[in-house]
Design a protein around this ligand. Structure first.
Ligand code: PLP
Length: 380
C-alpha cells in the first residue's frame, strides 16, 4: 500500500483530499522523459484538478494548460502559467470568456461550432486583434469507454462533424478576426487500450492529406487527452505508461515538418497522486450485509454515483481480519455508495479510510449539496 503520512492526518477535519506530491513529481518527470520529440507538447487539462498546490508542480514541470472556462484561465495565470501556453476549449464559451481569453493573450481557442467561430472573429475584430483558432473535429471513433465520457462519436455536442469541416475552414479564411492554426481532437476519457489512439492517428493522416491537397497547412495537431489509469491496482501501477502512449503517435501519425503535436492530459497526470481520506462514523450490521458509514459522500467524490466508477479503498487504521462492507456516505441519495462488498481489514468507528486514485475529477467536482462543507486538502 502507498505510504500515507497518517501522523499528518491527526486532528485534520475529515473528509479531505491527500495529495502525494512526490508521486506527482515522479509522474511529471516520467512524462518529460517519455516524450520522444521536442515538437510534442503537453497541456494539462485543468478541469481534472485545479488545486493550486497541484498547479504549482505542473507549472514547475513546464507543461501548458488546457482550460475550459474563464475561471480556469484565471487560475492558470495566478498559478504563474505563461498565457502563450494556455489553450481554451469548450462548447459554450461566453462572450466575456472570449474577451478575457483574447485580452490575456492565450495561444489558441479550440472552436467547437460555426456560430462560436463567428463570435470569436467578431469579438477579436472589435478588439483589433486576431485570435488563433484550432477546429475541434469529431472523428467518429468509439473509444470503448463509459458512454458519459465518450466524446468522439458522430452525434455528440462536442466538435464539428467531418462533413462540415470544409465549410468551417472556408469560413475561417473568410473571417478577419481569426487565424486557423490547427485541428483538435478528443475521443474520450479513461482509455486503457491504445488502439483507439492508433485509429485516431489514421483518421488524422487521411484528413491532413485531403486538406493539404486543398492548400490548407496546419501549425498544430492537437490529439486531446484520455489516457486511462489503473483504478484497480494503484500501488502496482502508480504511473501510466506514457512511453507506449506517446509511441503510438510517433509511430502512426505523419506530422509535417515543423508541425507541433499537442496533448491535453488530465486524469493520467493527477489521478493516482490523490486520495480522499474519510473517517468511519458507524458500522451498521444488517441481516445479510454490514455497512461502513463514512463521513465523506458523493458531494466529496461523485465519480462512483455519476459513472459507476470504482475507487479502491484502503483502511489506514486497521490490520484486522478481512470482512465485507458496503462503504456508504451520509447523503440522502441511494446512489451515495462508494463500494458494495468492499473487503477491508475489520472496520471500527473512527478508522480512516483512503479512497484511492481520486486526484482527477474528485476535489474539483465537490459540491455543497445537503449544505455540506467542501473537502479540504493536505499535500505532502
Ligand atoms: C476532459 C478533456 C481532456 C482531458 O481528458 P483526460 O481524460 O482527463 O485526459 C482533454 N481535452 C478535452 C477537450 C477535454 O474535454
Amino acid at each position: 500500500m502507498m505510504d500515507f503520512p497518517v501522523e499528518l492526518f491527526r486532528g485534520a477535519d475529515t473528509p479531505f483530499y491527500y495529495y502525494n506530491l512526490e508521486l506527482l513529481r515522479q509522474t511529471l518527470s516520467c512524462i518529460k522523459s517519455s516524450i520522444p520529440a521536442s515538437n510534442f507538447k503537453v497541456h494539462y487539462a485543468m478541469k481534472a484538478n485545479a488545486n493550486p498546490v497541484i498547479l504549482e508542480q505542473i507549472n514547475d514541470a513546464g507543461l501548458g494548460i488546457d482550460a475550459v472556462s474563464g475561471g480556469e484561465i484565471k487560475a492558470a495565470i495566478s498559478a504563474g502559467f505563461d498565457p502563450q501556453k494556455i489553450v481554451f476549449a469548450g462548447v459554450g464559451k461566453t462572450d466575456a470568456e472570449i474577451i478575457y481569453g483574447i485580452n490575456t493573450g492565450i495561444s489558441a481557442f479550440n472552436v467547437e461550432s460555426l456560430p462560436e467561430l463567428e463570435v470569436i472573429s467578431e469579438i477579436a475584430t472589435s478588439l483589433n486583434k486576431t485570435a488563433n483558432v484550432a477546429i475541434r473535429v469529431n472523428p467518429n471513433i468509439d473509444a470503448h469507454t463509459h458512454h458519459y465520457i465518450t466524446t468522439g462519436l458522430a452525434e455528440n455536442k462536442f466538435g464539428i462533424n467531418l462533413e462540415q469541416l470544409d465549410s468551417v475552414i472556408e469560413k475561417c479564411n473568410a473571417l478577419t478576426g481569426v487565424e486557423l492554426i490547427g485541428l483538435h481532437f478528443h475521443i474520450g476519457s479513461q482509455i486503457t487500450d491504445n488502439t483507439p489512439f492508433a485509429v485516431l492517428c489514421e483518421r488524422i493522416n487521411s484528413l491532413q492529406n485531403e486538406l493539404e491537397a486543398k492548400g490548407v497547412r496546419l501549425k498544430t495537431i492537437n490529439v486531446g487527452g484520455g489516457l486511462g489509469i489503473d483504478y484497480d491496482n494503484p500501488d502496482e501501477n502508480p504511473i501510466p505508461d506514457f512511453k507506449s502512449y506517446f509511441e503510438v503517435f510517433s509511430k502512426n501519425l505523419n506530422l509535417r515538418p515543423g508541425q507541433e503535436l499537442h496533448f491535453e492530459l488530465g486524469r493520467s497526470i493527477v489521478a493516482q497522486c490523490g486520495s480522499l481520506i474519510t473517517k468511519v462514523l458507524y458500522v451498521k450490521k444488517g441481516t445479510t450485509k454490514q455497512f461502513a458509514i463514512v463521513d465523506a459522500g458523493m458531494t466529496d467524490l461523485i465519480r462512483p454515483a455519476l459513472y459507476q466508477a470504482y475507487h479502491k479503498i484502503d483502511n489506514l487504521s486497521s490490520n484486522g481480519v478481512l470482512e465485507k462492507y458496503d462503504v456508504v456516505g451520509p447523503i440522502c441519495e441511494s446512489s451515495d455508495v462508494f463500494q458494495e462488498d468492499a473487503v477491508l481489514p475489520q472496520v471500527r468507528r473512527g478508522d480512516l479510510l483512503a479512497l484511492r486514485s481520486a486526484g482527477a475529477y474528485g476535489e474539483i467536482m465537490a459540491s455543497q449539496y445537503n449544505l455540506r462543507r467542501l473537502p479540504g486538502s493536505i499535500a505532502k
